[in-house]
Design a protein around this ligand. Structure first.
Ligand code: SAH
Length: 337
């Protein structure tokens, strides 16, 4: 027997994510940009591994092992200077394929760090990839679920995927659908805020303030002022219309690092530095030379990876870094003025 509600469910299952979103808007009215972005990204990340050549985009740890190794070296140094606390854990937000964690931990294990690995990841597809590389990792849905221990935490391209609100005057910009395509309800000068990022940052800062440790945040974004509308979609390594394929393109927005710093005020907050200057300060030059000496046939590829990560015309300037720490913990290297 088929009840009306069952047959509706059956229909819903056959509908694409975009179709479900269209129906929701037809039923409930236009949704906020933040709702659109968080719904679309939840579907996007839950249903695929978006990284790498076959996917939609490439991130710094997938470009070169040097990225994760230098982050591991910086975390290891802070941990050693903190007195090598045995209860500290490695933690990561949105670890992708787990590549950064594997590269960082290889360096950290060498100086005696034996702590557990805790990953905050919502995507079942990516959890599977991470577990393959990090068999002992413990998974969590939310930052608040991390165990009450000192953290050595990193987040690369995590905050850019968290939803932004777009404001025009004192009204939120919304997304509608006319039955055929998605469109913004109205235009005008746009201001972005992100309660989702503020909440994640505040949860992280509260953890560090209560239990100790340090965190390193890397993302693309800006250190001062406002940027207007920065919502963007990437699919198959090319920019796409953010409204075109909800759930099948990666939706991100520039990270406002000043806002992250304010939301972390329970901690000691570093200044904001560019990814290129930080990697150079941490010694990517000598690291590239060592790697090339060991793998002479890779010399050109290693040099190209360093340029891609550090050059101002590539990722070096657009990507920024900030660190938070318990006030009694040593500062992470590379943020001195
Ligand atoms: N840090 C990785 C992956 C970046 S992609 C790298 O540098 O390669 C964004 C990551 O954040 C993915 O792992 C995605 O599944 C995860 N993610 C996105 N939104 C999330 C959320 N709300 N909670 C937890 N993880 C999330």
């Amino acid at each position: 027997m088929t009840s009306p509600s069952r047959s509706r469910e059956g229909l819903g299952e056959g509908l694409s994510f975009a179709g479900q979103l269209r129906d929701r808007i037809a039923r409930d009215g236009p949704i906020t940009v933040a709702d659109f972005m968080s719904s679309a990204n939840a579907h996007y990340y839950a249903t695929r591994d978006p990284l790498g050549q076959a996917g939609d985009f490439v991130t710094a740890p997938e470009i070169s092992q040097m990225f994760g190794e230098l982050i591991g070296a910086a975390l290891a140094e802070a941990w050693t200077r903190a007195g090598s606390p045995a209860d500290a854990i490695y933690a990561e937000l949105g670890p992708g394929r787990g590549t950064l964690a594997a590269d960082a931990l290889r360096v950290m294990r060498r100086v005696g760090f034996a702590g557990e690995v805790h990953l905050v990841e919502t995507s079942p597809a990516l959890r599977e990839a991470q577990a393959a590389l990090l068999p002992d990792a413990v998974f969590h849905e939310r930052i608040e679920d991390l165990p009450p221990r000192p953290l050595l935490l990193v987040a690369n391209e995590f905050f850019d995927a968290l939803a932004v609100e777009q404001w025009i005057g004192d009204e939120q910009r919304r997304v509608t659908n006319d039955g055929a395509r998605f469109a913004f309800t109205h235009g005008g000068p746009i201001r972005e805020t992100s309660p989702a990022r503020d909440a994640a940052t505040a949860a992280l800062a509260a953890h560090l303030a209560h239990h100790g440790g340090a965190a390193l945040i890397v993302d693309y974004g800006y250190a001062h002022g406002e940027q207007g509308d920065t919502l963007q979609a990437v699919r198959g390594h090319a920019f796409a219309d953010p409204l075109d394929q909800p759930g099948d393109a990666d939706l991100t927005a520039h990270v406002d690092f000043a806002a992250l710093g304010r939301a972390a005020d329970a901690c000691a907050v570093s200044r904001v530095v560019s990814q290129g200057s930080w990697l150079e300060a941490l010694g990517i030059g000598p690291r590239a030379a060592t790697l090339a000496a060991r793998n002479p046939d890779q010399t050109a590829a290693i040099a190209a990876a360093r340029r891609r990560l550090c050059d101002e015309s590539e990722m070096g300037q657009l990507f920024k870094m900030i660190s938070f720490r318990h006030p009694a913990w040593p500062a992470i290297a590379g943020f001195e003025s």
